[in-house]
Structures are given as structure tokens and as C-alpha cells.
Design a protein around this ligand. Structure first.
Ligand SMILES: Cc1cc2nc3c(=O)[nH]c(=O)nc-3n(C[C@H](O)[C@H](O)[C@H](O)COP(=O)(O)O)c2cc1C
Length: 189
């Protein structure tokens, strides 16, 4: 852990799972902006194709855990862990569920981002918070339309990054306020 200075989220780890690249893109952009380490999760049980996606959706909706590949970074060493998941069947992916279940108690501050076709982050984030047993200091989501529009995408990303750097957020842990703001500022965009 590093000494946090005002307006700086400290040492940051970005953890994500991605199959078709959307969540990976957001993770890379966040990591670049915050000079963060990046952990890309591998799921040994979920593949692509019709049957792969059917199983993926069913297992996500049922809250079933999965087998992850080896990870490289210890989240205990970070002030803030930012976790990103695609939405599968209106739920977080099994890979992210498994990671949060395994490491939830080791995490410092947490923030979340979600990518989806059209499901809002607000639908997914409460279940992520309930696994780690604390509110996110901030959260945001990117649906298909927002991912496709470069201007909207970068505004949403900036709002999220700003909400992470707002010192009151991290010091008080009042994440719902920051999270709501991160989404609300660009609602309807
Ligand atoms: C199995 C499966 C289930 C999905 N279910 C949903 C869903 O319930 N709601 C939604 O908005 N998008 C859904 N999607 C779309 C993905 O959430 C979206 O494309 C996401 O950005 C993919 O992230 P990735 O490119 O990082 O893998 C689903 C995609 C897959 C493959």
C-alpha cells in the first residue's frame, strides 16, 4: 500500500474479465489513466459459440463459481481495486464472482465497472458489493451504444476517473454518492 495524497486514489489494481474485448478496452483505458497494474482473469470453464454462451448465461444467472487461471497480483498490496465485468444474463460473470468471493476480504477500497449490451450497472453492482461486503467508492457502466460513441465513452470514463480522485469519496467511503454521480452525470447520453 502507498501513502495516499489528497485527490489521488493511491496504488491501483484493475481486475477484469473479458471475452469479446469491451471490458478489456475499458480496463486498459482506466489503467493507463491511473498508472495501474492490470489483472486479466481467465475462466477455464466458459468458452464461446452457442453452447458456450448458453452455459455462460445460465451459470452467471445461477451465481455459479468457476475455475480461474493463475493470477499475478496480490490485491492486498493496493489501496484501490477496480473490478470490471461484462453482463451475462443480467448478472456478473462467473469469473468475476469467483474472484470477488476469493479476494473480497483482502481488498481495500473497491470500485466497479460493467460493460453490457443495454443492462445498467445499477442492476449488477449491488450483488458485487454484497460479495465484498462494502459499498463501492464509485461505479460506472458502458452499454453497447456508449461503447460505440467515442465522445460519450470518453465522457463517461472521465467522470468515473474523477469520482475516484475525489478525496472525500475515498476518505469517507461514501461510495454510493460517488457511484450515483458517476452514472448520473452522463445519464441519457
Ligand atoms: C453469454 C452472454 C450473455 C449476455 N447477457 C447480457 C445481458 O443480460 N444484458 C446485456 O446488456 N448484455 C448481455 N450480453 C452482452 C455483453 O454484456 C456485452 O457485449 C459485453 O460488453 C461483453 O463484454 P466483453 O467484450 O468484455 O466480453 C451478454 C453476452 C454474452 C456473451
Amino acid at each position: 500500500m502507498s501513502d495516499q495524497v489528497e485527490g489521488n486514489p493511491g496504488k491501483v489494481l484493475v481486475v477484469y474479465y473479458s471475452v469479446s474485448g469491451n471490458t478489456a478496452r475499458v480496463a486498459r483505458d482506466i489503467a493507463k489513466a491511473l498508472n495501474a497494474d492490470v489483472e486479466s482473469l481467465r475462466d477455464r470453464n466458459h468458452g464461446t459459440g452457442f453452447w458456450g454462451y448458453l452455459k455462460a448465461g445460465l451459470n452467471a444467472a445461477r451465481g455459479i463459481a468457476t475455475t480461474l487461471g493463475d493470477t499475478s497480483f496480490n490485491p492486498r498490496n493496493y489501496d484501490l481495486t477496480i473490478v470490471g465485468t461484462p453482463v451475462w444474463a443480467w448478472h456478473m460473470t462467473p469469473a468475476i464472482r469467483t474472484y470477488l468471493e476469493r479476494h473480497g476480504t483482502e481488498l481495500g477500497n473497491v470500485a466497479f465497472f460493467v460493460t453490457s449490451g443495454d443492462t445498467d450497472a445499477e442492476r449488477i453492482v449491488p450483488s458485487m458489493e454484497s460479495i465484498v461486503k462494502r459499498p463501492a467508492v464509485a461505479f460506472t457502466g458502458f452499454n453497447g451504444r456508449q461503447l460505440a460513441d467515442a465522445g460519450v465513452y470518453s465522457r463517461r470514463l472521465d467522470d468515473f476517473l474523477k469520482s475516484l480522485k475525489r478525496p472525500a469519496t475515498l476518505q469517507t467511503g461514501d461510495g454510493r454518492r460517488a457511484g450515483a454521480q458517476a452514472g448520473a452525470q452522463v445519464s441519457g447520453a
